[in-house]
Design a protein around this ligand. Sequence first.
Ligand SMILES: *[C@@H]1O[C@H](CO)[C@@H](O)[C@H](O)[C@H]1NC(C)=O
Ligand SMILES: *[C@@H]1O[C@H](CO)[C@@H](O)[C@H](O)[C@H]1NC(C)=O
Ligand SMILES: *[C@@H]1O[C@H](CO)[C@@H](O)[C@H](O)[C@H]1NC(C)=O
Length: 266
Amino acid sequence: MRASSIATTLLLWAGAVSAKQCSYGDDPKIIAHTGTPVGTEIVVTNSTLYVSEPKCKKPKIGVLYLTDAFSIQFVNNKLLADSFARAGYLTVAPDMFNNDPAPFDLATPGFNATEWTLRHNPTAIHPILAKGVAYLRSKGVSKVVAAGYCFGGRYAFRMLAAGMGVDAGFSAHPSLLEDSEILAVTKPISLAAAEIDAMMPPARKTAIEGLLSTQVAQPYQVSLYGGTSHGFGVRANISDPEQKFGKEAAFYQAVRWFDAWAGGAL
Ligand SMILES: *[C@@H]1O[C@H](CO)[C@@H](O)[C@H](O)[C@H]1NC(C)=O
Ligand SMILES: *[C@@H]1O[C@H](CO)[C@@H](O)[C@H](O)[C@H]1NC(C)=O
Ligand SMILES: *[C@@H]1O[C@H](CO)[C@@H](O)[C@H](O)[C@H]1NC(C)=O
């Protein structure tokens, strides 16, 4: 082979690598449970957005990542947002509480959970989430989907109400989810449930399934992960095989759902 054709071959090979498709499906390399986040924080009109971009392609779908009560100050949320980026989505996690996350220990002296929840109400939070949606649209994605966990899981439903501009939703172990929010969805919704969850005990989960099957016209999915408890989608104990499986499978559940109902990431 002549030197020039070797060079051409190498260039073609390099081109093929840089145009490589994102990892997909149940590729375990997509999910980072530990490590250093790879995204960046930007500030948009007084709100901080954590942004993580796919390195493998120009994204067609944007993920609005809706955190638990620990927000983007909790590294696991950034790592999971990065994992969505590795799956091919432009991902934005707004700081839903404006640098006022709940402490891990809700019994922390001086912390009043009732007062905190009243302060971070839908009227305060929706304008912050709207900045995340606007950012994704400004980057040229054609579809926006929402992935929410615990506190943010309720907002994954709320962002599927008419006029919110979100095309499909995934909600893991939602907190404080109300019937009216389930009945208001106008787009497909996928739900991941924990075995042990005071926010969604078995009777409540059955009631939610009843609403989805009889009163919601949209495609829906409910998956129960054995051996898990509330928060597992973000905070699973990775040393526990059932919890590790649950966290990973719930992530792939979200990715499969977005690709099925928002046009595919690839
Ligand atoms: C941003 O915060 C500053 C200081 O609190 C306030 O004066 C300003 O009105 C805020 N701007 C917007 C667009 O919310
Ligand atoms: C917590 O906040 C709620 C609502 O503002 C209030 O009614 C309650 O008394 C507070 N609890 C404590 C222990 O301060
Ligand atoms: C995590 O799971 C492992 C394996 O089941 C267990 O030994 C360990 O105590 C757990 N850690 C916590 C913090 O619960």
